[in-house]
Design a protein. Structure first.
Length: 297
């Protein structure tokens, strides 16, 4: 049971930052920018490239995250704002197209082989009978710290109040003097930074390949929807639920059912479990577990 809890939390940490970034930007621009998952891959690759050029790992990750935040703003201004004037569905298709373009760019720039940060590998230790590595504990703690910092920004700063006002009713927020364009630009920047940090945390725990974004897209999207698109911290809960479903389906012993001692499903079945749970929840909560929008009058 303890092993299941640890596995679920570490898998949730893989999804949480990117899912929060997706929900945060959706709350303002009202379309799910799935290219954010590829922004996470950009953050990981750029951070590794900077480290290879001699930049220490912490500045490399921070610089890569800030760069991705700037790239997110450029893409939003050049591509998504124009597509949103036509239709949010077109903007969604545009984000999928951008994801494929970025994936092709990764193949050209970094090749098909998996890559990793150059970090000292420490042997796993046992905590409450569970084997964990130092890097898992470190990146898990950093993920929690980033989420807490974002929560403080959202609920304890003037910018956070403006973000929540624009998310709830942009017309009324603008009428009260809030610069909605500035707030939206800052949220787009922060979403890129958070997604890039999520990619860096994944790279620090293991290797990163060009198909990481494709593999992460569906569970991240499911976590964001399950928590309620637009509710950033609902996405954290959604990530935990999706992680629990994926961990459970790959750890259940189906041997007694088929008359054998041990039969476990391969890891490729994990997404099917998470989406079966997503469909079941959305049948009763179409907007997700936590509804972020209010009725506007």
């Amino acid at each position: 049971m303890v092993q299941f809890i640890f596995d679920t939390l570490f898998r949730a940490a893989d999804l949480a930052l990117i899912a929060v970034a997706l929900s945060a930007v959706y709350s303002l621009i009202r379309f799910p920018n799935v290219a954010l998952v590829q922004y996470a891959v950009v953050g990981a690759f750029v951070g590794m490239a900077l480290q290879q050029q001699g930049v220490p790992i912490v500045p490399a990750v921070l610089l890569a995250s800030l760069l991705v935040g700037g790239i997110a703003q450029v893409f939003n201004a050049v591509i998504f704002q124009r597509l949103l004037r036509l239709d949010p569905a077109i903007a969604l298709i545009g984000s999928l197209a951008l994801s494929m373009v970025l994936s092709a760019g990764f193949l050209l720039g970094f090749g098909p082989a998996a890559q990793r940060f150059s970090v000292q590998v420490a042997p796993a230790t046992r905590v409450f009978g569970v084997r964990v590595t130092e890097m898992q504990v470190l990146t898990g703690g950093l993920t929690v710290a980033i989420l807490i910092a974002f929560a403080l920004l959202l609920f304890r700063t003037p910018l956070g109040r403006e973000m929540r006002a624009v998310s709830t009713n942009p017309v009324l927020a603008a009428a009260t003097g809030v610069n909605t364009a500035r707030v939206t630009g800052l949220v787009v920047f922060l979403s890129g930074v958070i997604a890039a940090l999520g990619g860096a945390m994944l790279a620090l725990r293991g290797s990163v390949s060009i198909d990481m974004g494709t593999n992460m897209l569906l569970p991240v999207f499911a976590a964001a929807i399950l928590g309620g698109l637009g509710n950033a911290f609902g996405a954290v809960f959604g990530a935990i639920v999706i992680a629990a479903a994926e961990t459970l389906i790959t750890n259940l012993n189906f041997g007694p059912i088929v008359g054998q001692d041990h039969v476990f499903l391969p890891a490729s079945y994990a997404p099917a479990a998470s989406f079966a749970l997503l469909v079941a929840v959305l049948l009763f909560r179409p907007r997700g577990i936590f509804v972020s929008e209010v009725t506007r009058v």
